[in-house]
Design a protein around this ligand. Structure first.
Ligand SMILES: Cc1cc2nc3c(=O)[nH]c(=O)nc-3n(C[C@H](O)[C@H](O)[C@H](O)COP(=O)(O)O)c2cc1C
Length: 331
């Protein structure tokens, strides 16, 4: 099938194969608990990205911040696919003032051959995974870290790479946030509702994708934490196996969350292309009241949106499922 969906003067006329390829790329994006909270609409020259409120997490993600970050990540992947197909991508965030659920348009503009960097990012889409396993002890890669910092800045966000001297304070925040989540029955129940037996379903987190790294390092609360005061020393030690980076934005509204998602996915694809893996240690940003404390701990004036562990993998992890594209497209 290679039929032209619609032509339009001075804009791309994408085929239905092109649109499927862009939608495929968008839907490989990471999303909070693999809820895949997006709905797509095909346009003659690109894709509309909408949020799907039926896939919300009212306890874990009360304000929809994680949902919009996820949709921002999908939006970024769509732009990478447009570039791969030979067009200059253009993104408009929140393009419809009367419909806040319409989050983005990704449009193919003038023809433009993909660069080697575009192709590297595109190739990484299929390989990126959330890696909740122990990382190999390896020194941080300064060259790559600089590239990640630069990429994030291009989306109007910034990356704080945590220096060893601040690791213990971050470990303490992480432990306290993890304890709050582990002690919160409603929180645990909502996450539990998105866990899946391997091989079952088209969304949620398969049991096989859970961590071998101990909680909270693996990122996902699945049980309770040992009782006792204070943060165990191993939390900071485990963090030390990774490069830990915190993504910040200046504001904290839906447009900032979408930009954070685009920056996050750019960072993750760049890291994947370089053979690194990443996972989330997001508990302190999921606990709304701890976000200012996290920013203060790192001496940052902005709003923390994600805490990412980056490192060298010891093993590979399987892909998580995705809904079929015909379920994702709005009619
Ligand atoms: C905004 C956001 C927040 C996330 N938070 C967590 C988290 O707290 N813990 C975790 O283990 N994974 C987290 N994830 C990763 C998702 O669970 C993961 O993307 C999803 O299960 C799909 O798997 P994949 O990334 O391997 O494709 C988060 C992802 C996004 C986009």
């Amino acid at each position: 099938m290679n039929d032209t969906v619609l032509g339009h003067a001075q804009t791309a006329s994408l085929t239905s194969d092109d649109l499927s390829a862009i939608a495929w790329a968008a839907t490989r994006a990471p999303s909070v608990h693999n809820t895949q909270p997006w709905a797509l609409r095909a346009r003659p020259d690109g894709l509309e990205v909408h949020e799907d409120l039926t896939r919300a997490l009212p306890v874990v993600d009360r304000f929809g911040r994680g949902r919009l970050i996820s949709c921002g990540a999908a939006t970024y992947s769509a732009t990478v696919a447009v570039a791969h197909l030979g067009w200059a991508p253009q993104t408009a965030l929140l393009p419809d003032p009367v419909n806040p659920r319409h989050l983005a348009n990704v449009t193919a503009r003038a023809p433009q051959p993909p660069t080697a960097d575009d192709e590297r990012l595109y190739a990484a889409i299929a390989h990126r995974r959330t890696h909740r396993r122990v990382f190999m002890p390896a020194p941080p890669r300064r060259d790559l870290t600089e590239a990640l910092v630069e990429a994030v800045r291009g989306h109007g966000a910034w990356l704080h790479v945590v220096v060893p001297a601040r690791r213990e304070r971050l470990a303490d925040l992480l432990w306290r946030a993890a304890r709050a989540q582990a002690d919160d029955e409603a929180f645990r129940a909502e996450i539990g509702g998105w866990l899946r037996v391997a091989g079952e379903g088209t969304d949620g987190v398969p049991i096989g994708s859970l961590g071998t790294a101990p909680y909270p390092i693996d990122g996902l609360v699945t049980g309770t934490l040992p009782a006792g005061e204070g943060t165990p020393e191993w939390v900071a030690e485990e963090l030390g196996r990774a490069t830990v980076a915190v993504l910040f934005t200046r504001g904290d509204d839906p447009a900032d969350w979408l930009r954070a998602g685009m920056a996050l996915q750019h960072l993750l694809l760049l890291a994947t292309a370089d053979g690194l893996v990443a996972s989330f240690a997001d508990q302190p940003v999921q606990q709304t009241r701890m976000r200012p404390e996290l920013a203060a701990t790192l001496g940052e004036p902005g709003h923390a949106q994600a805490i990412i562990r980056l490192g060298e993998p010891l093993v590979t992890v399987p892909p998580t499922p995705r809904r079929p594209l015909d379920e994702v497209f709005l009619r």
